[in-house]
Design a binder for this molecule. Structure first.
Ligand code: NAD
Ligand code: IPM
Ligand code: MN
Length: 344
């Protein structure tokens, strides 16, 4: 059966890295006999410019009818004080598709160890499960001249399903350790979070649960990153901790993600943004997008062989010293992509 993949290239470096990701997808598909069609749709700033809103109805309809969605990046400073912003489209598509579980793995490639500002990144291997459709992102926001308010809401059901997702993830990993991150010493939502985490843990006697406050977790990510296996946390904390974690890998440019919901439809995107500071120069690191394609093959299409082909080719490319600027090298997006293609 031909699979339908909707592509949302978005803004800034988005189209540059999407092109790279799709080249790799085409080459791998050819090798493993994966049959797919692509449908490109407007999303983010480009959609605002063309159609007046960041998530046009036809884009959402196409996404809903897809077998998987690839998203590159959205956003541009020119919308910073605009009423209609690209980021609203990103939150809207996550919510509309019910993509509550954002999976952000951190793998340290041995060739990149020297790049991290952190000295000790030996044996770091964890995944952050970020709650993606609740919390302060989706609470009421009011902005007045002299006061502002953002509401952080979580229901027990929202917390339970993301904790279950984390425990299921941990169950498939050798260490079987879940670290639930909250701010239980201050926030009511975190008090509920911790209570539910303890309850869910009773259903997973084979998995160990630890609790960690978010501030000290931020510290431990740098001083003792080996401590972690599966981190599960609310939307805002997960956003912040994963950009922090990227510094262990050396750059945001190697960080992919997947977002899952209830219906089986998933969306794959780098964790970084549209990188306006380097957009249009052809120097963005395409690896985050290429590894997101690998996650798609594995998680949406059960094509472990295709995913592994890509991941091995990326690793080999690093070993051979082909590195983009964010990795301290000089390779352009195209050179990096060609080097990966050559090693598939
Ligand atoms: P950013 O992630 O775009 O960039 C942060 C830094 O990392 C920049 O110096 C950038 O050059 C670098 N970087 C990021 N990806 C890279 C890559 N693939 N290769 C090389 N370098 C890379 O964050 P920002 O600058 O704070 O935000 C820019 C815009 O992106 C904002 O509008 C923001 O809202 C948006 N954003 C979108 C997403 C998304 O689409 N999922 C995620 C984060 C931020
Ligand atoms: C991310 C981004 C988004 C988020 C922004 C652009 C709304 O930072 O995907 O990590 O905060 O979720
Ligand atoms: Mn982010």
């Amino acid at each position: 059966m031909t699979k339908k993949i909707v592509t949302l290239s978005g803004d800034g470096i988005g189209p540059e890295i999407m092109e790279a990701g799709l080249e790799v997808l085409a080459a791998v598909a050819e090798k493993i006999g994966f049959d797919y069609v692509l449908e490109a749709k407007d999303f983010g700033g480009v959609a605002i410019d063309k159609q007046g809103l960041p998530l046009p109805a036809e884009t959402l309809v196409a996404a809903k009818n897809a077998d998987a969605i690839l998203l590159a990046a959205i956003g541009h400073p020119k919308y910073n004080s605009a009423k209609v912003r690209p980021e609203q489209g990103l939150l809207a598509i996550r919510k509309a598709l019910g993509l509550y579980a954002n999976v952000r793995p951190l793998k340290i490639y041995s060739e990149l160890k020297g790049l991290s500002p952190i000295r000790n990144v030996e044996n770091v291997d964890f995944v952050v499960i970020r709650e993606l459709t609740g919390g302060v992102y989706f609470g009421e926001h009011t902005l007045e001249e002299d006061k502002a308010r953002d509401v952080n809401d979580y229901t027990a059901d929202e917390i339970r399903r993301i904790l279950r997702f984390a425990f299921e993830t941990a169950r498939k990993r050798p260490r079987k350790l879940v670290t639930s991150v909250d701010k239980q010493n201050v926030l009511a939502t975190s008090k509920l979070w911790r209570k539910i985490a303890d309850e869910v843990a009773l259903d997973y006697p084979d998995v160990t649960l630890e609790h960690q406050l978010v501030d000290s977790c931020a510290m431990l990510l740098i001083t003792n990153p080996q401590k972690f296996d599966v981190i599960v946390t609310e939307n805002l904390f997960g956003d912040i901790l994963t950009d922090e974690a990227s510094s262990l890998a050396g750059t945001l440019g190697v960080m992919p993600s997947s977002s899952h919901g209830v219906g089986g439809l998933a969306l794959y995107e780098p964790i970084h943004g549209s990188a306006p500071d380097i957009a249009g120069q052809g120097i963005a690191n395409p690896v985050s997008m290429i590894l997101s394609v690998a996650m798609m093959l594995r998680e949406s299409f059960e094509l472990e062989n295709g995913a592994t082909l890509i991941e091995n080719a990326v690793e080999k490319t690093f070993t051979d010293g082909v590195l983009t600027q964010d990795l301290g090298g000089r390779a352009t997006t195209k050179e990096m992509t060609d080097a990966i293609l050559a090693r598939l």
